[in-house]
Design a binder for this molecule. Structure first.
Ligand code: FE2
Length: 427
């Protein structure tokens, strides 16, 4: 007896199969699954995917757009300063409310795991208290991983070091950093060293905002790779953003990429935010501000797409839809071959799950019963349409449903049609 059967879904690899769920696990994936079930979801050939995963977000700041005022320059630095003001005013309750509201959006989009950076700058650490509360409240349906993030600098902020350690003691999961925001290159290098050491000593993962700059000489990623290898942290360290790589000298990058691959460093690019924030000092030609995604992947480096911001001091828009993120990334990184477009979908599912070290993720027997049914034929079609999430199942429970977005078209001389936009439905 199954709790749920999802019938006739097209998996990302093109196989059309039924998925049987018992409790919180996938217990069968096969053709023509028989047997009683409490609930049957008819996928009718629609894409069935493992859930979306966002490995880079700021939940403490989300949905705060316009408070205390708007970011006039549109720059990263004005955003940081605005957030500093908000940080002094925001209460725990308010941050919990915003976080939970965002998690509701996320679930409706099939986004069921999020890594969020939590600002540990302020001595009161209300951000940490609030995000731990959100993590606890959503744990039944959404995996929230929290990074201790010294937004104003590990050395540069008055109690940057102490507060980060306190936040880890309170229960945050991952060690963050921001070497390019320290006062000097040397301070940045030392922060990378010390933060990696803290992670090694505590057995934690590392995910640093690294070289989020247009300065081609911002080269902290080199230190991050070197420390990773030196401390035996291979596969446990992420460089987020890495935008300065877009402007680095090609010869230097030819040395850097193998160094990153050797350290099994992973990378996260945040295309919606970096196409918006970077290049603000340029006239023309104007740089795109995205790191070297394809080039890293060609070296075997895992690269994920992250969302970073939704309606906060850095970004006015955002939808909690990882397909929007992948769609933008695909354009800006020019990943337009069929193979590359399909890879963009994999980046916001499997690759991001690997980066977050999620256990039991994926559409396989024995894995956690979390999946999303999309009104699309295949991963590329999903990127093109960014369609309705018809059903979202999290840990064995149907947590969100949405109708198909069909238009009814009435035109002179044409039969009335339903605009089903993907090829399978049109046939
Ligand atoms: Fe970020």
């Amino acid at each position: 007896m199954f709790d749920i059967i999802v019938k006739g879904g097209t998996l990302p690899d093109g196989r059309v199969l039924d998925i049987g769920i018992e409790g919180t696990r996938i217990s069968a994936i096969e053709k023509n699954l028989t047997g009683p079930a409490q609930e049957v979801i008819e996928a009718q050939g629609d894409l069935v995917s493992p859930p979306f995963v966002d490995p880079h977000f700021h939940m403490d700041a989300t949905l705060s757009y316009g408070t205390p005022r708007l970011n006039k320059s549109g720059t990263l630095l004005e955003g940081i300063s605005l957030w500093g003001e908000l940080l002094e005013e925001a209460t725990v309750e308010e941050m919990v409310d915003r976080g939970l509201a965002y998690c509701d959006w996320a679930v409706s989009m099939g986004l069921l795991a999020i890594r969020s950076h939590v600002d540990t700058t302020a001595d009161h650490l209300r951000t940490v208290e609030a995000m731990l509360e959100v993590r606890e409240q959503v744990k039944g349906y959404l995996d929230l991983q929290l990074v201790a993030f010294p937004q104003d600098g590990f050395f540069r902020a008055p109690n940057g070091r102490e507060n980060l350690l306190r936040a880890l003691d309170m229960g945050l999961d991952v060690v963050g950093g921001i070497p390019h925001f320290e006062r000097t290159m040397e301070d940045g290098r030392r922060s990378v060293q010390e933060l990696c050491r803290i992670a090694a000593d505590r057995g934690l993962l590392v995910d640093m905002h690294c070289d989020e700059s247009d300065d081609p000489m911002s080269r902290h990623v080199e230190s991050l790779a070197a420390e990773t290898a030196a401390l035996g942290l291979q596969g446990r360290v992420v460089g987020s953003h890495l935008t300065s790589m877009h402007s680095m000298d090609n010869y230097y990058v030819s040395k850097l990429l193998p160094l990153m691959a050797e350290a099994e460093l992973q990378a996260i690019s945040n295309p919606l935010i970096n196409i918006t924030l970077q290049g603000r000092h340029d006239s023309f030609p104007k740089r795109r501000g995205l790191t070297r995604v394809r080039e890293m992947q060609a070296q075997g480096i895992d690269v994920g797409w992250g969302q970073d911001c939704v309606r906060d001091p850095w970004y006015a828009l955002g939808t909690a839809d990882m397909l929007d993120v992948a769609f933008m990334g695909m354009h800006v990184a020019q990943m337009t071959s069929p193979e590359e477009m399909a890879r963009c979908f994999t980046m916001v599912t499997e690759t991001n799950a690997k980066i977050m070290h999620l256990e039991n993720y994926g559409l396989e027997v024995g894995k956690q019963a979390s999946l999303v049914v999309l009104d699309a034929a295949d991963p590329i079609d999903a990127l093109r349409l960014r369609p309705a999430r018809l059903a979202v199942i999290s840990k064995g429970k149907l947590v969100s449903t949405q109708p198909r977005a069909d238009a009814t078209i009435n035109l002179p001389g044409r039969p009335t049609t339903k605009n089903r936009r993907h090829p399978i439905s049109q046939s």
